[in-house]
Design a protein around this ligand. Structure first.
Ligand code: PEP
Ligand code: MG
Length: 583
């Protein structure tokens, strides 16, 4: 097997080694998990039962056909019955469950993908068309299966039936990426995507090595190829030689060792050498992330991306979560953090986080009805979320964070909505924290250039550098073709961040950075020198950032950072930032 190397964009650190698992868009719609040995036969039976039920449904359809129905309709049902009885559908997926331990849905979709690829090769257009019938039959079975889904078992780690698997796909949505948290997979490779796309962010939060923007990976890599993902370099090596494999295994072991060493810092306070205390907070997507946040020593949650409670539900036939369901989730996070503050960001859907996969209608979604714009256009849904957050504030310290604000009237309307939600709760005698703080994400350049408008109305600021960079430099954070232009060290970006930190301090309100810059150890000293005292990041990065903080001396960093902020030459800035590492 030929060995080859692909270069793309590194998005989630570390090294993973495993067998390639190619995922097609259809396969992404179903759950993926490995079934423990003792449950394999039950899983086989689940699929057999679903197939039998579809058989019964088709028979019923036949008998209920009105006499005057066109004959094609009966023939169509016959074709589906024939397909369903074919061993390629009725038996091959059962073998996949037994040999690979895939759950039933995954096994069925894997088999259908293989069949579809064979059909694509057929020259006869009539036969080629039958591919659609096969897919329709599979969809019938999947529908029944989804109704009988058992909860996924806990992660099984390395299954002796199955070496660790690396997902290779053209693209993966953030919601699908989050669904991979059961850890059946140890690495991700996609053809498209950018450094700070939400898919990349979720990969980082799952702490799984990933590389995106590989352009042809899903065509060049074949099912079950051996693959190494170097998530630090953005390199993927397919079918490596024994020597290369050995080198990477050694690097992987060294990385693991270094990580273990970092764990010793968990309880060490984050204080610079000159005695300045720094607040290290966690970014979370779901309440369950609070465990890893506490394990990493986070003193609170700086960003709870609440939209992950809303996304990807359409595929499961669910509507957006109602007030009670949201309240339970927010309360769960608040209780898990045991009195530490939890900053809940209101719904930030749109752009690369559509509420549903099918909802991609905006011409330019990153500039469209996203985040607070969407919420203000859907006041009932927004009020329900605000009430749910406020109710959770009765169980611990909660702060409300509003994404994508740019206009004074948006801030005023939002504050009015919060006042309205509070009034509704008071009327119902429902308890909440009357003094709950409200903050703004500073992630649109217009906001950073009009800070007096913000500090006057709000209690704290949180800089969303991911979007701030996207909108300042006019590059779509999801588009790998312009990913090389995404530069946190652009002088315009640094000026906007510095201005925000300074304006917050002058007004006496907290300023955090919750974008990916906060978790990048190469930028920790620069941000400290700029006056940042609150960092919010994925738990996986927190201890490495703390290590940087412990060895930083602000008295030395501040004058150097001032010089960097005056510089306008990108190469000189990059050089000077690198030199901060040795200060
Ligand atoms: C940001 O824009 O930096 C941010 C933290 O929010 P998100 O990445 O979810 O857009
Ligand atoms: Mg943002």
């Amino acid at each position: 097997m030929a060995s080859f190397t692909l270069h793309g964009i590194p998005v989630s650190r570390g090294i993973s080694i495993g067998r390639a698992h190619l995922l097609t868009p259809a396969a992404l719609d179903v759950k993926h998990y490995l079934v423990p040995e003792e449950q394999v036969e039950a899983e086989v039976k689940r699929l057999q039962d679903a197939i039998a039920e579809v058989h019964r449904n088709l028979q019923e359809l036949w008998t209920e056909l009105p006499k005057e129905a066109p004959t094609e309709l009966g023939a169509f049902i016959d074709v589906h019955v024939l397909i369903l009885s074919d061993p390629m559908i009725s038996e091959a997926p059962l073998d996949i469950i037994r040999s690979r331990h895939y759950n039933a849905e995954w096994a069925l979709v894997t088999q259908i993908d293989e069949l579809s690829a064979q059909f694509d090769e057929i020259e006869d257009p009539y036969l080629r068309e039958r591919k659609q019938d096969i897919q329709q039959v599979a969809e019938r079975v999947l529908k029944v299966l989804m109704g009988t889904a058992l909860p996924a078992p806990p992660p099984v780690g390395e299954d002796h039936f199955q070496p660790q698997m690396i997902v290779v796909a053209h693209d993966i949505s953030p919601a699908d990426m989050l669904a991979f948290r059961d850890r059946s997979f140890v690495g991700f490779v996609t053809d498209v995507g950018g450094q700070n796309s939400h898919t990349a962010i979720v990969a980082r939060s799952l702490d799984i090595p990933a590389a995106v923007g590989m352009s042809q990976a899903s065509r060049l890599i074949e099912q079950d190829d051996w693959v190494i993902v170097d998530g630090d370099a953005g390199v993927v090596i397919c079918n490596p030689s024994a020597l290369v494999m050995e080198q990477y295994r050694a690097r992987q072991a060294a990385l693991l060792k270094a990580r273990k060493r970092l764990l010793k810092l968990k309880k060490t306070p984050a204080v610079t050498k000159d005695g300045t205390a720094i607040t290290l907070l966690a970014n979370i997507e779901l309440p369950d992330d609070c465990g890893p946040a506490l394990d990493a020593g986070a003193v609170g949650v700086g960003l709870f991306r609440s939209e992950f409670l809303f996304m990807g539900r359409g595929a499961q036939g669910l509507r957006v979560p109602d007030e009670d369901e949201q309240f339970e989730q927010y309360r769960k996070a608040v209780l898990a953090m045991k009195g530490r503050p939890v900053t809940i960001r209101t719904l930030d859907v749109g752009a690369d986080k559509p509420l549903d996969q099918t909802e991609h209608t905006a011409l330019n979604p990153a500039l469209g009805l996203r985040a607070i714009r969407y919420c203000l256009a859907e006041p009932q849904m927004f009020l329900a979320q605000l009430r749910a957050i406020l109710r959770a504030s009765a169980f611990g310290k909660v702060r409300i964070l509003i994404p994508m604000l740019a206009h004074a009237f948006e801030i005023d309307q939002t504050l009015n909505m919060i006042a309205q939600a509070k009034a509704q709760l008071r009327e119902q005698n429902v308890k909440f924290d009357e003094t709950v703080e409200v903050g703004a994400m500073i992630e649109i350049p217009a906001a950073a250039l009009a800070l007096p408008m913000f500090v006057k109305r709000l209690d704290f600021l949180s800089i969303g550098t991911n979007d701030l960079i996207q909108y300042t430099l006019a590059i779509d954070r999801v588009d790998y073709e312009v990913a090389h232009l995404y530069n946190p060290l652009h002088p315009a970006v640094l000026s906007l961040i510095a201005m925000t930190i300074e304006a917050g301090h002058k007004a006496g309100i907290d300023v955090a950075v919750c974008g990916e810059m906060a978790g990048d150890v190469k930028l920790t000293r620069l941000l400290l020198g700029m006056g940042l005292r609150e960092f919010s990041m994925h738990p996986a990065q927190l201890l490495a950032v703390k290590q940087e903080i412990l060895s930083s001396d602000l008295t030395r960093l501040v004058p150097r950072t001032r010089r960097i902020l005056r510089a306008m030459e990108p190469a000189a800035i990059a050089d000077a930032v690198e030199q901060l590492q040795s200060v």
